[in-house]
Design a protein around this ligand. Structure first.
Ligand SMILES: *Cc1c(COP(=O)(O)O)cnc(C)c1O
Length: 396
């Protein structure tokens, strides 16, 4: 019997079974369609393709079977009607802004957001006359009063990078719907395995596929997902401006999606084990993890996430200098800018990614001097814990 993908299958089944069409070779795993364009039998077929009268690929900047496979799998995972994959997470975020915002519009964004997103909002959007207001992610009740007649979009990241703050998505959905503004959620930290904002009522979801979705630190990628009418706008902007995902990257990322569920479960189990153990560590001021009862928004985490994710944060006693010493004493964990890898990673934002900001500016975005962010990998959790605890002892 012909194998088919049923829409009633669980998302993890669909993420494995949705495939681009087999070629006459009947390959079991999906082939990679490394081609920049597609050809036609005759002038009439080509005319019909360009007129959108037949379902045919034209040019890889618009779409490509490998890229479409990744998009379809992501749609199944997020519960989305449509998706457009992009070259990076930032091109997904940027495309989701530019498709909807024009001169004179206003963007409301949470202040705890990814560094490059902050740069886009504060340095580049003003060039086109698009204004913004930042709000405290943890206080969605303040949002309604900040909405202006020209507010078009609310943008949030939950959990946030690197502070692990959350926003009550249900509360925010209500406000966005009431005021008819687009709610755009960067779901990079949770992935669709742990949190599905569109099913709660968000309008758009953006991802950096570079992180947990790839999961092995190999390729860049991003995607915007949501209702077809909205994603069509993103597609129209991106198809002409060019931030298309490479078919090679799409092929890699589609293979990654086949293991996303099992990987996220392990990342989250190990992260919770590590966070629980570190809570007793005398070298730390505090430990933050969404599924620790001590997290200020533990109840929100339990309501909208199925597990706490793979990032654990803690504050070292001894501040900035101790942070640098701690990194130097690690033997297993990698020192690198990425996160969401099978290899565990430690980073110290105050001396690296956010070193150019003043101490006050850092505090404004929740970055304390001794803040360490751990991306918990897939190594045995005892080895990860031993490396961190030994480095804490040695960095006194
Ligand atoms: C990394 C990241 C991005 C940007 O993604 P790139 O693939 O690096 O362009 C956006 N949002 C969050 C939360 C991220 O962690």
């Amino acid at each position: 019997m012909k194998r088919k993908n049923k829409p009633t299958y669980h998302p993890e089944t669909q993420a494995i079974r949705i495939q681009s069409e087999r070629t006459p070779h009947r390959e079991h795993s999906s082939p990679m369609y490394l081609t920049s364009s597609f050809c036609y039998d005759d002038a009439e077929q080509m005319r019909a393709a360009f007129a959108d009268e037949i379902d045919a690929f034209i040019y890889t900047r618009f779409s490509n079977p490998s890229v479409q496979e990744f998009e379809n799998r992501m749609c199944a995972l997020e519960g989305a009607e449509a998706g457009y994959a992009t070259a990076s997470g930032m091109s997904a975020v940027f495309g989701s802004f530019m498709a909807f915002l024009k001169t004179g519009d206003h963007l409301l964004s949470s202040s705890s957001i990814f560094g490059s997103t902050h740069t886009v909002i504060t340095k580049f959007l003003p060039k086109w006359g698009i204004e913004h207001t930042y709000f405290d992610l943890t206080r969605p009740e303040t949002v309604a009063a900040l909405i202006k007649p020209n507010t078009k979009m609310i943008f949030v990241e939950t959990p946030s990078n690197p502070g692990l703050d959350l926003v009550d998505l249900e509360a925010l959905v209500k406000i966005a719907k009431q005021h008819k503004v687009i709610l755009n959620v960067d779901n990079c930290f949770a992935t669709p395995v742990l949190q599905r904002p569109l099913l709660i009522g968000a309008d758009l979801v953006t991802h950096s596929a570079t992180k947990w979705i790839d999961g092995q630190g190999r390729v860049l990628g991003g995607i915007v997902l949501g209702r077809k009418e909205l994603v069509d706008e993103v597609y129209a902007f991106c198809r002409s401006t060019g931030p298309a995902m490479s078919p090679f990257n799409a092929w890699v990322l589609s293979r990654s999606l086949e293991t996303l569920h099992v990987r996220m479960e392990r990342h989250a189990t190990s992260a919770l084990t590590l966070a629980t153990a570190l809570q007793k560590n005398p070298h730390l001021e505090w430990v933050k993890y969404p599924f620790l009862q001590s997290h200020p928004q533990y109840n929100i985490a339990r309501k909208q996430m199925t597990a706490g994710g793979g990032i654990v944060c803690f504050e070292l006693k001894g501040g900035l200098e101790r942070g640098r010493r701690f990194l130097d004493k690690l033997e297993l964990l990698s020192l690198t800018a990425n996160l969401g890898d099978s290899r565990s990673i430690a980073s110290h934002p105050a001396s690296t990614t956010h070193a150019k900001l003043s101490e006050q500016e850092r505090l404004n975005v929740g970055i304390t001097p001794g803040l360490i962010r751990i991306s918990v990998g897939l190594e045995h959790v005892a080895d990860i814990q031993e490396d961190i605890e030994r480095a804490l002892d040695a960095s006194k």
